[in-house]
Ligand binder design. Structure first.
Ligand code: 1PR
Length: 522
């Protein structure tokens, strides 16, 4: 029996699913005795250091957890579960950590996008049974803005390079903790979990297998999901957001099955977009929650869900907050949520008032679950102008001339799945969302969506240059060369595609094979 410490933030379901997939049972801590009498404790942490430590204190878990650790019983900390072991964190200097390991937690101060999101390698610094069965050069999934700085080198299990070389794993007796998420790291992560469950002692992997690790560019499969006219939940795909063909919604498969298939094929992440959620409130649209629950049972890479994330009042006058919606999504297996239409309205309000009141869905979700969990999905379309002075927006000079030979354009944000254009440009939206606490941008392009004509390089460059958070390039992928082009010509950290994968025109494995000697991939 594995005991799992859940302090209520983020996605513990994935950890439970991963452990259960290995045939073990999990007991979730519900009172202090569960910690005191635990035999093997797993502590996954997501979100914010301050809120985690405050909850541990409020629930009186602090001392029980420290006693457990001091007794040197088996412990696996994940992400914030690693940070908690230290004395303090720059993320919140008002609260103390457990202080088991002398040292602190620092924020990345690097010339790369922060959070550090994606698949990176590990330099193994000491032999450990936790890596039994691995080669040592596998990549693991990271998502964090802070990293631990132990005072003593003896506890360092692994390091990882992200402009700087940071400590990505510690081991001290039976206490192991990783910055990466084994439960989200595919087969390699499952192997680490299995070694922990089996208390694997001997080591089959020598130290220092890799000397300098690199963050991989991610390939993301996107599943636009909605009900068709018969009420079946299907994966669909539009051409420039029009998903109807011969009068019905295009049906490209079943969401759970397709997600499982893409995981097996090597997708680095899966994104579900509930594309009609601007009409139907997601908490009454339970099938998406079921899709997440079922998918997360077998798919051990990060899952993002978008659609309808906003405050909502139902027809009986009951009010729901966006936080309630996402809590349900995280509990059901989501690692990140994506906000589309609401982000546009939030930014418009911010630009009107100039105030950050902390009440928007972006700010609230970021505060509770961490910036890395908040993706902003932008649905822009090109608007051509004759001169940059024609509009008060970020205008670019474009190589793709407009219908009347215009050489300039701006990218207009839309809401409700592209149905309504707003007086806001994509660059401003991205900049303000970063300021409000978003951790990643999913950059679609209505002009390119479903065209197979390649990504909109100009759009991606203008947004990527304006923010410091990672950007997912989306819309227009038609062949393997398009993925290379987007990574070569822009700084995008990942590339997302839908149609070519669903129509089986280009398997994900072909994309990976083509890129393997050109860019860093998993
Ligand atoms: O506004 O918060 O409710 O979120 C709704 C979400 O649903 C938004 O993220 C929006 O992008 C998405 N959405 C709404 N309507 C559609 C539609 O197609 N009618 N899908 C839609 C947009 C997502 C793209 C697509 C890429 C790649 N499609 O990410 O997957 O363009 O396609 P390709 O590789 O085939 O070119 P809210």
């Amino acid at each position: 029996m594995i005991t799992l410490l859940d302090y209520g933030a983020g996605n513990v379901r994935s950890v439970i699913n991963a452990i259960e997939s290995l045939g073990e049972q999990v007991r979730v801590v519900s009172n202090i005795d569960d910690i005191i009498f635990a035999e093997k404790l797993v502590f996954p942490g997501v979100g914010n250091f301050g809120s985690m430590m405050r909850i541990l204190n409020q629930k009186n878990y602090f001392n029980a957890l420290k006693d457990y650790l001091l007794s040197d019983r088996p412990f696996l900390g994940i992400c914030l579960g690693l940070h908690a072991l230290f004395e303090r964190s720059e993320e919140d200097l008002d609260v103390k950590g457990l202080g088991l390991i002398p040292g602190s937690v620092k924020r990345f101060n690097v010339d790369l996008s922060v959070p550090h999101i994606g698949w990176n390698g590990i330099n193994i610094k000491k032999a450990s049974g936790i890596f039994n069965g691995l080669r040592g050069d596998e990549k693991f999934y990271f998502v964090h803005s802070f990293y631990v700085v132990p005072e003593q080198d003896s506890v360092v299990l692994t390091t990882t390079n992200y402009s700087t070389e940071f400590v990505s794993g510690i081991q001290m007796g039976n206490i192991t903790a990783t910055q990466f998420h084994p439960e989200k790291s595919g087969a390699a992560g499952i192997c680490v979990l299995q070694n922990f469950l089996e208390s694997a002692a001997c080591s089959t992997v020598p130290p220092n297998v890799t000397n300098k690790t690199k963050l991989a560019k991610r390939i993301i499969a996107c599943l636009d999901v909605r009900s068709n006219d018969r009420g079946d939940l299907v994966v669909t795909k539009g051409d420039q957001y029009d998903v109807r063909e011969d009068g019905d919604v295009r049906n490209l498969g079943k969401p759970v099955e397709l997600a499982g298939y893409y995981y097996q094929e090597g997708a680095d992440e899966i994104t579900f977009l509930n594309i009609t959620a601007f009409r139907d409130f997601p908490l009454t649209d339970m099938p998406m929650i079921d899709v997440l629950k079922q998918t997360s049972r077998n798919v051990f890479v990060p899952l993002t869900i978008g659609g309808g994330i906003r405050d909502y009042t139902d027809k009986n006058g009951r009010e729901y907050t966006a936080l309630e919606v996402v809590a349900e999504y995280f509990r059901s297996g989501a690692d990140k949520i994506s906000i589309g239409s609401d982000a546009v309205l939030i930014v418009e309000e911010y630009l009107r008032t100039g105030e950050m009141v902390g009440k928007s869905s972006i700010e609230q979700i970021s505060k509770v679950y961490g910036a890395q969990a908040v993706v902003i999905s932008i649905d822009p379309r090109r608007v051509y102008v004759s001169s940059p002075d024609d509009v008060d927006h970020h205008v670019i000079e474009t190589k793709i001339a407009g219908p009347n030979g215009e050489r300039y354009c701006w990218y207009q944000c839309t809401i409700k799945g592209g149905r309504e254009g707003r007086d806001l440009d994509a660059v401003t939206l991205a900049e303000v969302c970063e300021k409000l606490g978003a951790g990643e941008i999913l950059l679609n392009c209505i002009d390119k969506d479903g065209t197979n004509s390649g990504f909109d390089i100009e759009l991606i460059n203008s947004v990527w240059n304006a923010v410091t958070i990672p950007v997912i390039a989306s819309s227009g992928a038609g062949c393997v060369e398009h993925f290379y082009e987007v990574f070569e010509k822009t700084g995008a950290e990942s590339a997302l595609a839908a149609g070519i994968f669903h129509r089986k025109e280009v398997p994900i494995s072909d994309v990976k094979n083509y890129l393997s000697d050109k860019v860093e991939i998993r």
